[in-house]
Design a protein around this ligand. Structure first.
Ligand code: DDH
Length: 284
């Protein structure tokens, strides 16, 4: 009735589960994309939204979804992520109460779980911010660089060596696109399934420089697979390699550490009110 303010809608775990299920449904529905799934590019969107975090200034991170705006959407590292944002737009239209910031992270959680990964607990609480919260270019890793750069970039987010190596296992998923990063090809033979194959391949294949006109990257003997210079840094650096050895031998250890570090990544800089994290069921 007039004069009585509408009761505020406070979404519950069930409401978020509806969105998880909707994303999972769309992943199956749009299976013509790339290697048969939008999953990898959704993971990359969630990572690039989060990986801008700077511990010192407490700026960046997934709270804000500032990649909606130029200049951040045009940062070189974010090339191609429009595909992921556009994939999620109908979900946002159907559930307008969720923030883009929570939606992008929930979609990363959903994609990882639906691609056979470990459980990734999620909690809501991110709110969208305006263009003034855009981060400067250069906060995400540069694939042409080596161990020093990795420690500087991920150290700025607050990650140690073990966490850097565990996070990098996400490259079991997806591929490089010449029209996005300039690099070409997938890291593994099953780019829509999360496994520890990335570490096994790093150790067991013979990698050599690809002879082509594109940016410097490695290829295996079959020329079907690739590694970036930053991927190879994980086996060239002795401290990093310890963790590559461990995760190559033990998929359970990888899954456990990967889940922990991804939860940490996705929550960097978010002023949560809610302590409890929710686990969403995989949609079969
Ligand atoms: Fe990555 N990544 N990534 N990456 N990444 C690319 C694709 C994907 C680097 C560079 C590239 C992480 C770390 C690093 C995913 C997840 C994660 C591409 C190719 C480049 C280049 C983009 C394209 O051409 O489409 C570098 C450098 C690093 C680093 O220095 C460690 C991390 C931490 C994650 C994560 O998710 C936790 C995923 C998934 C993809 C595949 C995307 C797709 O469209 O397929």
């Amino acid at each position: 009735a007039a004069g009585i303010p509408a009761k505020e809608f406070v979404p519950t775990q069930e409401d978020y589960a509806k969105i998880y299920n909707e994303i999972a449904k769309r992943l199956v529905e749009f299976d013509e994309y790339d290697d048969g799934s939008y999953g990898p590019v959704l993971v990359r969107l969630a990572w690039h939204a989060s990986g801008t975090y700077d511990v010192e200034t407490k700026t960046g991170g997934s709270n804000g979804a500032t990649m909606r705006f130029q200049p951040e959407s045009d940062h070189g590292a974010n090339a191609g992520l429009k595909a992921a944002r556009d994939f999620l737009e109908p979900v946002k239209e159907k559930f307008p109460w969720i923030s883009y910031s929570d939606l992008w992270i929930l979609s990363g959680v959903c994609a990882l779980q639906q691609m056979g990964g470990p459980v990734i607990p999620f909690r809501p609480g991110r709110s969208d911010r305006d263009i003034s919260a855009c981060t400067p270019d250069g906060r995400l890793p540069d694939a042409t660089k080596e161990h020093k750069h990795l420690r500087a970039i991920f150290g700025r987010m607050g990650f140690n060596d073990q966490e850097i190596v565990a996070l990098s296992g996400a490259h079991a998923l997806g591929r490089c696109h010449t029209d996005r990063s300039g690099f070409d090809g997938p890291w593994t033979f099953s780019p829509t399934m999360l496994t520890n194959d990335y570490y096994k391949l790093l150790l067991n294949e013979k990698w050599s420089w690809k002879k082509w006109n594109g940016p410097a990257q490695y290829e295996d003997k079959t020329k079907a697979l690739m590694m970036l210079p930053t991927d190879m840094a994980l086996v060239k650096d002795r401290e990093f390699k310890k963790w590559v050895d461990k995760y190559a031998k033990d998929q359970d250890a990888f899954f456990k550490d990967f889940s922990d570090v991804v939860v940490k990544l996705f929550e960097l800089g978010v002023p949560f009110k809610q302590e409890e994290r929710w686990v969403f069921k995989v949609v079969e």
